[in-house]
Ligand binder design. Structure first.
Ligand SMILES: Cc1cc2nc3c(=O)[nH]c(=O)nc-3n(C[C@H](O)[C@H](O)[C@H](O)COP(=O)(O)OP(=O)(O)OC[C@H]3O[C@@H](n4cnc5c(N)ncnc54)[C@H](O)[C@@H]3O)c2cc1C
Length: 392
C-alpha cells in the first residue's frame, strides 16, 4: 500500500483551513492544530469584505490583482458564505473626487471592473448615504461570513480525511541532527497533557503569531502584527459595501453584516498580538468617520467594538503602506531548516491562492506533481464540519 505523505499545519484560520483542503486533495495525510477553535485568531474577527481589489488598485497592484482573481473564484466555490451585494467607492469630499482618474486608471490596470455612478443613482440605491456625495464607482465587492468561510474550507478538508485538533497549542519545535523538523510538541489544553506530533512537512500558518512559531524552530520571518479596530452598529444601514474613494486609510469602509453595519478600521504596529486593548479614541474616530459616510448612523447604538491583528510582511516602516500581498517562506532555502514552511501575509479574500502556492511549493519540495484543484469545485457545506464531529 502506498503511504501518504504527512503534513502538520499550525493554525486553523482561513490560511490553515484552506491549506488543509488543498493538501488533502493532493494526497497528503493532514493534521491541523490550533491553540483555540477554528477561526479563533484574526480570521474570526475580520471585517468581512470580499475585496474586488479596488482598495489596492492604485498603491498595491499585486494585492489588487490577487483580490479580483480570487473574488471571482470564491464567488463560485464559496457561495454559501457570501452576500453578493456589490460595493461603491464614494467621493464625498472634493479631494476624493480628484482621486477619480487615478482610481479609474488603477482599476483598469488591475482588471477590476469599475462603473462611475452619479449622486442621484447612488442615493436612489442607498438613501442613507451623505446627500453631499459627489459620485462613486460601483465594484464587484461583497460581504462574507468569516466563520462560515473558515468552516467551509475546514469541512471540505475534514470530509477528505484531515484531522483537526483545536485547543492544541504548539509549545516546542524540535530540529533533528539532519537539520529537519522531526517533532512538534503541542499542549492539549483540554487534558493539560503534552502530545508529540511528527510529519514529513510542518507548515506555520499562525498568522500574526507566525514569528513566534518560527522562533520556536530557530528561524525568523519578517511578520508585523498590525491590528485594526472595528465598530459594529446595531442596525443594517446599507445593502452595499461602502468605501471612500481614496488611498486606504482609517475608518473608510462600512460593511453590512447580517442585521448590523460594521465600520473599520485602523492600522498600527504591535509586538504582541495576544493583548491588544480597544482604544476608546480609535472607537470615537471610527464613529466620526461612519457619520461622514452616513449621517444617520450617529443615532444608532453601538453593539460592539473589537480588535484583531493582520499578519503583514515587513517591507517598509509605515504599516499602512505595507503590501497586502502574501509570501510563502521555504526555511530550507533561506535558513537551512528542512521540513518547515511559513505562509503569511495576504487577505481573507486571497486565502485559497495562498494555500495553492504553499501546496505547490510543498509538492515541489517532495518531488510530487499533483495539480491544485481547489479553484474548480464548490466547497462542502460549512455545517458538515460540526456534523462530522458530532458523529465521531
Ligand atoms: C481589522 C482587520 C480587518 C480585516 N478585514 C478584512 C476584510 O474585510 N477582507 C479580507 O479579505 N481580509 C481582511 N483582513 C485580513 C484577514 O482577516 C487576515 O488576512 C486573515 O484572517 C489571516 O488569516 P490567517 O489564517 O493567516 O491567521 P489567523 O486567523 O490569525 O490564524 C492563525 C491561527 O494560529 C493560531 N495559533 C497562534 N499561535 C499558536 C500556537 N502556539 N499553537 C497553535 N496555534 C496557534 C491562532 O489561534 C490562530 O487561529 C482583515 C484583518 C484585520 C486585522
Amino acid at each position: 500500500m502506498k503511504i501518504k505523505p504527512t503534513a502538520l499545519i499550525i493554525g486553523a484560520g482561513f490560511t490553515g483551513c484552506a491549506l488543509a483542503y488543498d493538501l488533502t486533495l493532493r494526497g497528503f495525510s493532514v493534521t491541523v492544530v490550533d491553540r483555540g477553535e477554528i477561526c479563533s485568531g484574526t480570521s474570526g474577527r475580520t471585517h468581512g469584505v470580499l475585496h474586488s481589489g479596488a482598495r489596492y488598485c492604485v498603491n498595491d497592484p499585486e494585492a489588487a490583482r490577487e483580490c479580483i482573481d480570487e473574488n471571482i473564484i470564491l464567488r463560485k466555490i464559496a457561495r454559501q458564505c457570501i452576500e453578493f451585494n456589490r460595493g461603491i467607492y464614494l467621493a464625498i469630499l472634493e479631494e476624493e473626487l480628484a482621486y477619480k482618474e487615478d482610481f479609474k486608471a488603477g482599476a483598469e490596470k488591475c482588471h477590476v471592473p469599475a462603473r462611475w455612478m452619479d449622486p442621484e443613482e447612488i442615493l436612489s440605491l442607498e438613501p442613507k448615504i451623505n446627500p453631499k456625495v459627489l459620485g462613486g464607482f460601483e465594484v464587484p465587492e461583497g460581504s462574507f461570513d468569516p466563520l462560515r468561510l473558515g468552516l467551509a474550507f475546514a469541512a471540505s478538508a475534514r470530509n477528505r480525511g484531515a484531522v483537526f485538533l483545536p485547543y492544541h497549542q504548539v509549545e516546542a519545535v524540535r530540529v533533528g541532527g539532519s537539520g529537519q523538523v522531526d517533532q512538534v510538541t503541542v499542549l492539549n489544553r483540554h487534558s493539560n497533557q503534552p502530545v508529540q506530533l511528527q510529519a514529513d512537512i510542518t507548515i506555520n500558518a499562525a498568522g500574526a503569531w507566525a514569528g513566534k512559531i518560527c522562533s520556536l524552530a530557530g528561524v525568523s520571518v519578517p511578520v508585523v502584527p498590525s491590528p485594526g479596530v472595528m465598530v459594529a452598529f446595531e442596525k443594517r444601514m446599507s445593502d452595499l459595501v461602502l468605501s471612500r474613494l481614496s488611498l486606504p486609510g482609517d475608518g473608510d469602509i462600512i460593511i453590512p453584516q447580517r442585521r448590523m453595519s460594521v465600520i473599520g478600521t485602523t492600522s498600527f504596529e504591535v509586538q504582541d498580538a495576544d493583548y491588544i486593548p480597544v482604544d476608546p479614541d480609535q472607537v470615537d474616530a471610527m464613529v466620526k468617520r461612519a457619520v461622514e459616510i452616513m449621517p444617520a448612523i450617529k443615532n444608532v447604538n453601538i453593539r460592539a467594538s473589537y480588535m484583531s491583528a493582520r499578519p503583514l510582511i515587513q517591507t517598509g516602516s509605515d504599516v499602512r503602506s505595507l503590501s497586502r500581498t502574501f509570501k510563502c517562506y521555504d526555511h530550507e532555502a533561506d535558513q537551512g531548516l528542512r521540513g518547515f514552511v511559513t505562509i503569511t501575509g495576504g487577505k481573507a479574500t486571497t486565502c485559497r491562492v495562498m494555500a495553492e502556492k504553499t501546496a505547490d511549493l510543498i509538492c515541489q519540495k517532495m518531488s510530487m506533481t499533483v495539480p491544485c484543484q481547489t479553484g474548480e469545485m464548490e466547497l462542502d457545506s460549512y455545517r458538515t464540519f460540526y456534523h462530522q464531529q458530532a458523529a465521531q
